[in-house]
Write a protein that binds this ligand. Structure first.
Ligand SMILES: [Zn+2]
Length: 187
C-alpha cells in the first residue's frame, strides 16, 4: 500500500531542505531505504539530490517561479518494483520565505516485479537515464516506456544490474516549460 498522506518537503532561500513531514520518512522506509530518511537529507541543499544540467535548470525555474508567488502543479510517475504509481506535485510559496513541494498520491496498479526499479546498485554497469516525471527511459537517445524496454530486454541481457539516473525527457521538459510560462514566471 502506498502512503496516503501527502509527502511534503520545504526549502529555504538558500535551497536547503528545512522541513520534511512524517509521510516522507514513511515513504523512504518503504521505498528507498535509510539514506533517504529525513535525518540524512535535512539541512542539505536540494541541489545535492538533483542530477543533470537539464533537470537542475528546470528545478531552478520551478523554484524561482514559486519565489515569485506562483503555484505550479504537475503529475508524475514514481513506481516501485511491483507498483505503477501516479502522484500530483504542487510547488508553492509558503510563509517564512520557504518553497514547499507537496506530492499527493493519486492512484496505483500492481504489476509483475520489475528489478530495474529496485534500489540503485552503485556498481551497476549499465546506467539508464529515467525521466523524473513520466519515468520513460533513455535508450540510446530514444525515450521509451519501461514496458517497451522490457519488450526489448533480450538486447540488454548480460548486464546483470542496471542503475537509474534521473533526468527529464524532451516531452516532459517542453510541458514543464509551458507550465512555467503559463504561470507567468518570466525567464
Ligand atoms: Zn518524461
Amino acid at each position: 500500500m502506498s502512503v496516503a498522506q501527502p509527502i511534503v518537503y520545504r526549502i529555504d532561500p538558500r535551497a536547503e531542505i528545512v522541513f520534511v513531514n512524517s509521510a516522507w520518512d514513511e515513504f523512504a522506509q518503504q521505498n528507498e531505504g535509510t539514506e533517504a530518511r529525513s535525518d540524512s537529507i535535512l539541512n542539505q541543499s536540494i541541489w545535492s539530490f538533483i542530477q543533470g544540467a537539464t533537470l537542475r535548470g528546470l528545478y531552478h525555474q520551478v523554484i524561482e517561479c514559486a519565489r515569485r508567488g506562483s503555484i505550479l502543479k504537475f503529475s508524475f510517475r514514481c513506481d516501485s518494483p511491483t507498483l505503477v504509481r501516479w502522484y500530483d506535485m504542487k510547488v508553492a510559496p509558503i510563509e517564512g520565505n520557504l518553497v514547499e513541494f507537496r506530492s499527493t498520491f493519486v492512484r496505483e496498479r500492481e504489476r509483475s516485479p520489475e528489478p530495474l526499479l529496485k534500489k540503485a546498485d552503485p556498481n551497476a554497469k549499465l546506467v539508464l537515464e529515467a525521466c523524473s516525471i513520466c519515468l520513460k527511459l533513455n535508450l540510446a537517445g530514444e525515450w521509451i516506456t519501461i514496458e517497451e524496454l522490457l519488450a526489448k530486454r533480450p538486447m540488454l541481457e548480460g548486464e546483470d544490474a542496471d542503475r537509474l539516473h534521473h533526468g527529464i525527457c524532451n516531452d516532459c521538459f517542453e510541458e514543464m516549460r509551458t507550465k512555467i510560462e503559463q504561470a507567468h514566471c518570466g525567464r
